[in-house]
Design a protein around this ligand. Structure first.
Ligand SMILES: Cc1cc2nc3c(=O)[nH]c(=O)nc-3n(C[C@H](O)[C@H](O)[C@H](O)COP(=O)(O)OP(=O)(O)OC[C@H]3O[C@@H](n4cnc5c(N)ncnc54)[C@H](O)[C@@H]3O)c2cc1C
Length: 356
């Protein structure tokens, strides 16, 4: 973990902690960054490097309407501008609601496929440093991906992260549960029953004990805890593609969930979609099918090895997945010139059929 504060960087250690206390540090390169004073300064700093982006805030888009080749956006009836292309950079119920009436079936249905896990987050403040892991190679670590413990998947020393120069004071740790544990103990996140909160807290502290390889009940009690259910947390069905673009609707999706669940994933996804849209407009929009769903198809190919390609009129191709893709067929129809398709997917076993 690398901190950037007043121009200086300090390195901490993160690694993998296996149940029983075996800690293996991860390589220090590439550097890992944390947000100082929250994540907002990171975005502000990127924004300050360009004058081409106009951020309007606060603004909560409630309607998207296609009109004369443009997208008209509005917020509760108040016009918010007309745009050549649309980017949906968020997910969840709000995005689904917006897309439902947008006339973008491809984008809307892909978004609806997203499944997010629930993860418990426990903040615990201890008087003393946590004991060394039983089999530590290096200690103290500042963050660890925990393996083999149901109730804990990640632990990070918040006090070290945020108050690195301060050696006195409380030792505050953040613990994340696994998605399996989150699902098994799921409750309404706005109204967590006291009994559930207590049970989850105890299970997570016990998980920390197990991860560190400590004997039962030897972990000192934290003097302060705060528990929260992160309801829409990490995606369970990450497509593993940078972005999705519908050239006919001139609309795309980007966001962390397409590649993973981190700021890095969000940035890579956003850049990919921006480049894709720029290429599309530079091409004059004359061959929209060449820009269609390519990343989506790549994603499909990961799951469906054999795809039937049906040649349709004038060398265009249509892809049809015979088996269980029938339901999604409308989504995944791809119409691009045959040579272009073969260049893109040289490894693909396809059969070509002339459409009668
Ligand atoms: C508690 C917590 C801690 C995290 N810690 C880390 C970390 O340490 N490191 C890391 O890499 N990642 C971390 N993450 C994950 C990281 O925050 C996300 O991966 C990242 O923010 C995703 O970026 P995004 O642009 O895809 O989506 P978001 O950041 O969710 O951005 C979507 C934006 O769309 C806006 N929006 C939604 N609907 C509308 C609408 N109708 N009109 C206008 N705007 C709208 C939202 O207000 C939001 O600003 C953390 C997440 C959480 C919740």
């Amino acid at each position: 973990m690398v901190r950037e504060r007043s121009g200086s960087t300090v390195e901490g250690i993160i690694g993998e902690l296996e149940v029983g206390g075996r800690f293996v540090p991860l390589p220090s390169s590439p550097p890992r960054y944390i947000g100082v004073n929250g994540m907002r300064p990171l975005a502000d700093s990127i924004l300050s490097q360009t004058c081409m982006i106009d951020v309007v805030r606060p603004c909560w888009i409630s309607k998207l309407e296609p009109c004369n080749g443009m997208w008209h956006l509005s917020e509760n009836g108040k016009p918010r501008g007309q745009f050549d292309a649309l980017v949906i950079a968020h997910n969840g119920k709000c995005a689904n609601r917006l897309l439902a009436s947008s006339g973008l079936p491809l984008i809307a249905r892909q978004m609806k496929r997203l499944e997010l896990s629930s993860i418990w987050a426990l903040l615990a403040a201890f008087e003393d440093p946590l004991p060394n892991p039983a089999n530590a190679v290096t200690f103290p670590f500042e963050g660890a991906f925990v393996k083999g413990v149901d109730s804990v998947s990640w632990m990070a020393n918040n006090a070290k992260k945020l108050l690195c120069s301060q050696n006195t004071g409380p030792h505050c740790w953040t613990f994340f549960s696994t998605a399996t544990f989150g699902k098994r103990n799921k409750v309404p996140q706005e109204n967590i029953p006291t009994a559930t909160a207590e049970r989850v807290k105890e299970a997570m502290l016990e998980g920390v004990e197990n991860a560190l390889g400590l004997s039962k009940s030897s972990l000192k009690r934290p003097f302060y805890t705060r528990l929260q259910l992160w309801g829409a947390a990490l995606p369970t069905n990450t497509p593993g593609i940078p972005c999705i673009f519908d050239p006919h609707g001139r609309a795309g999706i980007c966001g962390d969930w397409l590649l993973g669940s981190s700021l890095e994933a969000a940035a890579i996804s956003g850049i990919a979609l921006a480049n894709h849209i720029a290429d599309y407009f530079q091409s004059g929009g004359a061959r929209p099918d060449e820009f269609a769903h390519l990343s989506l198809i790549r994603w499909l190919l990961k799951f469906y090895k054999h795809i039937i390609v049906t040649a349709v009129s004038k060398g265009d191709l249509r892809i049809r997945q015979w088996n269980h893709l029938k339901e999604c067929f409308m989504l995944h129809v791809l119409s691009i010139p045959a040579p272009c398709f073969c260049n893109l997917f040289p490894h693909l076993r396809v059969s070509f059929r002339r459409h009668l």
